[in-house]
Design a protein around this ligand. Structure first.
Ligand code: C2E
Ligand code: CA
Ligand code: CA
Ligand code: CA
Length: 274
């Protein structure tokens, strides 16, 4: 019993304490970061494969922390979700993205990532409508990227909110398609305007089985009348495969890396199809 007690004690001290403290510090920094305007959006272009024209861009959040340097979104978005900060942070991103896109050539779309926590908050539809009104961007130029965790929610708040936005003309894209548990079931539950094939499939497209899956998802999109976008396109060979298979859109380093608002505006003006 004595040694067990010692083990338990050792388990919590001091490593655990350090982890808890580091996590608290991250939460505190994150809370302050929004007030201190340390967040920024980069924009990555999306291309129509058949025409080669840029059709829009996806907003990707960046945290420039004076103390931590550039923190990748995969490191801070999950924490922001847990502490509820994603609601005001996501609202900021939506407004900022729409404001930037308001200056783009007519017809170009702006895609914004949205987390499940935001949609469940109950104020989401209102903040989307307000961002559109504030920026003057028409609803059909805004695309909200959700993952299937959003559609996994049992309550009908989520589906009602998405339907309400879709009725306004806002487009809904299913992000990271293929890596979840039952993406097909969710497509039946909620019809989306776009499917984004996760970049892990594109990276591995040389593999015969992976190629078969990508081909099938492209066919699925065609059957459903849903735009299919391939993420993470890095090579000409990958783009060629996607073109041959009739994939509608491509996004990735080959087409363009995520760039500052001013740089993307220049690119969009020179390569937009209008
Ligand atoms: P995502 O929505 O799947 O975004 C695509 C990610 O792939 C981005 O990473 C982008 O920089 C990266 N990427 C694009 N093209 C290529 C490529 O050719 N090769 C490779 N290796 N990577 C490529 P990033 O910017 O680090 O974002 C990571 C994730 O963080 C996003 O994945 C998204 O889930 C989340 N995120 C970013 N911004 C926001 C936001 O404003 N709100 C929410 N809720 N989540 C966000
Ligand atoms: Ca995305
Ligand atoms: Ca994605
Ligand atoms: Ca992803």
């Amino acid at each position: 019993a004595k040694s067990e007690g010692r083990n338990v004690y050792r388990f919590f001290e001091p490593g655990m304490d350090a982890m808890v403290r580091a996590r608290r510090a991250l939460e505190t920094d994150l809370e302050a970061a929004l007030r201190r305007r340390e967040f920024e959006l980069d924009f990555q272009p999306i291309m129509n494969i058949a025409s080669g024209e840029i059709v829009g861009a996806e907003a990707l959040m960046r945290w420039h922390s004076p103390a931590r340097g550039l923190v990748p979104p995969d490191d801070f978005i999950p924490v922001a979700e847990e502490i509820g900060l994603i609601v005001p942070l996501g609202e900021w991103a939506l407004r900022k993205a729409c404001t930037v896109a308001a200056g783009w050539p007519h017809g170009l779309r702006i895609a914004v990532n949205v987390s499940a926590v935001q949609i469940k908050s109950g104020t989401f539809a209102r903040s989307v409508i307000s961002a559109l009104a504030f920026s003057g961007v028409p609803a059909n130029r805004l695309e909200l990227e959700i993952t299937e965790t959003v559609l996994m929610d049992e309550s009908d708040t989520v589906l009602k909110t998405l339907r309400q936005l879709r009725d306004l003309g806002v487009r809904i894209a299913l992000d990271d398609f293929g890596i979840g548990y039952s993406s097909l079931g969710y497509l039946r539950r909620f019809p989306v305007d776009k499917i984004k094939i996760d970049r892990s499939f594109i990276r591995d497209i040389d593999n015969r089985d992976t190629a078969a899956i990508v081909r099938t998802v492209i066919g699925l999109g065609a059957q459903l009348g849903t735009t299919v976008t391939a993420e993470g396109v890095e090579t000409e060979a990958q783009l060629e495969f996607l073109r041959k298979e009739g994939c509608v859109e491509a996004q990735g380093y080959l087409i363009g890396i995520p760039s500052k608002a001013a740089d993307i505006a220049r690119l969009l003006e020179s390569r937009a199809g209008i």
